[in-house]
Design a protein around this ligand. Structure first.
Ligand code: NAD
Length: 346
């Protein structure tokens, strides 16, 4: 099997913390080149992972004939330019979330990719968590009936840090919603299999003093009538696990800790009889819990290999960038709703 040869742009952040270590575990991927703005850091990352070349200019990496595919993990304000340059250089692209600062930029990236005939996928990593994939499978099988509501809560502790790009709107496009909420928006729509048709939201900078929001909550009404709630916080400690809850007419799924960079967490699936008649006693002592068996792996390895196969074998992109543009639309609608106090149609 021919290995997919990767170049990594913005190699010193999540790429170094998680994605490149995930790449090292893959039999299908080879790290050829890294790019960082600081020469010393670029060279140290090259040496750490045994890459062939280190660059300080993303265009130089894109000109490297041995690079088949690029993974872009730079700050959000760099995504548009770097993705467009990659498309013009005819490289297939795995672009980190959130896709761009706004919808207009995101659409331009997609347009250029289409023009150049290159593939572009998004880093919606949470889809690759074995429990989240299983939850989607259970929901889509109809085992818990018609999905009436669902909720995803994803939080972290992110205090004021001078110079942090995520805390500056011009560099990040927004706060907790752009950074964490985007995963929840995508995951709920992916699991339920329906897109948002209208959104209502609240946001505030409640705990810290940076200009972007440190908390945002939103409610989406999906096209199939499901209500989907998202809570994203920069002001809840890292120790608090994420929550994913799905409620249907024939049961529920509740998962802790499955919005995470490492596979694990817990899950409880309850199946019930949706054909039962009305029970005034509301008896709850005959709960049938379903066993859920999954095999854990490395989510980043799975994400990279999935996109690598699209490049190498031509299989459809599993997490297309179009889904990230749609998530961006939801985010912008949510910001508008938070400002106006009104529902915003999509
Ligand atoms: N999927 C995930 O698990 C996950 C987790 C964290 C971050 N992210 C996403 O990855 C991206 C980067 O976030 P991060 O946490 O790694 O940030 P970070 O600040 O930790 O790292 C960003 C890196 O990019 C480098 N950089 C700065 N300007 C650059 C430029 N012009 N060109 C290339 N590199 C540049 C920085 O030196 C730094 O090493 C964001 O889009 C973020 O949302 C994804």
């Amino acid at each position: 099997m021919k290995k997919v040869r990767w170049g990594v742009i913005g190699a010193g952040g999540i790429a170094d913390r998680r994605t490149i270590p995930g790449m090292m575990l893959s039999d299908e991927a080879e790290l050829v080149a890294v790019m960082e703005i600081n020469e010393e850091l670029a060279e140290s990352l090259r040496a750490k992972y045994g890459a062939k070349r280190a660059y300080t200019d993303h265009k130089a990496l894109l000109a490297d004939p041995e690079v088949d595919v690029v993974y872009i993990a730079s700050p959000v304000n760099c995504h548009k330019e770097q993705a467009i340059d990659a498309a013009r250089a005819k490289k297939d692209i795995l672009l980190e979330k959130p896709i761009c600062l706004d919808i207009a930029d995101a659409e331009e990236v997609l347009r250029v990719c289409e023009e150049e005939g290159v593939k572009i996928g998004t880093g919606f990593l949470m889809r690759f968590h074995a429990y989240n994939a299983k939850i989607r499978e259970i929901v889509q099988s109809g085992k818990i009936g018609q999905i009436v509501s669902c909720r995803a809560q994803f939080t972290c502790w992110y205090p004021d840090i001078p110079g942090a790009w995520r805390q500056v709107k011009a560099l990040s496009g927004g706060g907790a919603l752009m950074d964490l909420g985007v995963h929840c928006i995508d995951l709920l729509q992916y699991i339920v299999g329906a897109k948002a048709k209208r959104v209502a939201a609240l946001k505030s900078t409640n705990t810290f003093s940076y200009e972007v929001e440190d908390q945002a909550s939103l409610l989406m009404e999906l096209e199939n009538g499901t209500f989907a709630y998202v809570e994203s916080n920069f002001n809840v400690p890292d120790a608090v696990p994420s929550k994913l809850e799905i409620y249907g007419t024939a049961g529920s799924i509740v998962a802790y800790g499955t919005l995470s960079q490492v596979e694990g967490g817990t899950i409880e699936v309850i199946a019930a009889d949706s054909t039962a008649g009305y029970d005034a006693q509301q008896t709850r002592n005959e709960v049938k819990k379903l066993d859920v068996e999954v095999e854990f792996g490395n989510m980043y390895t799975k994400e990279l290999d999935s996109f690598g196969r699209s490049h190498r074998d031509g299989v459809p992109v599993e997490v297309p960038a179009a889904d990230a543009v749609q998530a961006q639309r939801v985010i912008q609608a949510a910001y508008k709703s938070a400002e106006t106090g009104m529902f915003v149609e999509l």
